[in-house]
Design a protein around this ligand. Sequence first.
Ligand code: GUN
Length: 288
Amino acid sequence: MTAQIINGKELIPSVRAQIAEEVRELTGQGVKPGLAVVLVGDDQASAVYVRNKAKSCEEVGIYSEVHRLPGETTQEELLKLVAQLNAADNIHGILVQLPLPKHIEEKAVIDAIRADKDVDCFHPINVGNLMIGDDGFLPCTPSGVMEILRRTGVSVAGKKAVVIGRSNIVGKPMALLLLREHATVTVCHSRTANMEEITREADILVVAIGKAKFVKRSFVKPGAVVIDVGMNRDENGKLCGDVDFDDVKEAAGVITPVPGVVGPMTITMLLQNTLEAARRLHQAAVKA
Ligand code: GUN
């Protein structure tokens, strides 16, 4: 059996077109959504992600500004910039690209971003709302995965879902979103014993462990849906995911290639959150 390979070039444009339409409508009402992206230091991968985010904003009509700060920037200087962006009326979403240089405490920076501009959904208030299922921002990568499942016609309710990885950015919120859609969810991680036994039970397997080609065919139940969140370089310097694509595609029912699906869908959810932030901030200002 060979898997259905999800095609990002077919999937992503229709989602972005819908966002662009809604951005046009809101802009017509005098509110142009705006995103500020902050990059500290010269990490090459982060620089590429940030460029892609700004370019994607432009494509759908969202205003964006990128603040590139040197690696020696102090925490105090960064917090000062965050405070300015918190107060800026034309900025509805703020994203500080992680990881930050070691001398800056990530938590202090995340906590300083206004919760109603936290389009990453990293602020404790937004994480808390996510946990209890209240309305609020959804974290971009996990909500992108849910969107991929929805648009591929994969039903989640009642299914066994396994998430490999327990990061705050992907693994933990991914498990919460799958649970919200009524999956039975197991989280595996680097200390999990007999991981293959667990993952072989999964109808839906989401992999975010950050190790190139970690998941082999032996991890996958025949016909399972395999979503690869990884972004790594293989031994030849070529981009690859956490799933050994060529091996696993022979067993899976549905699989996402890397690059091309989860990455662009994550950015699409960032655009969606920025639009939502602009809508909510505008409504709050009208009421005030
Ligand atoms: N670094 C890797 N992924 C992300 C993300 O989704 N948001 C931010 N801010 N930094 C990241």
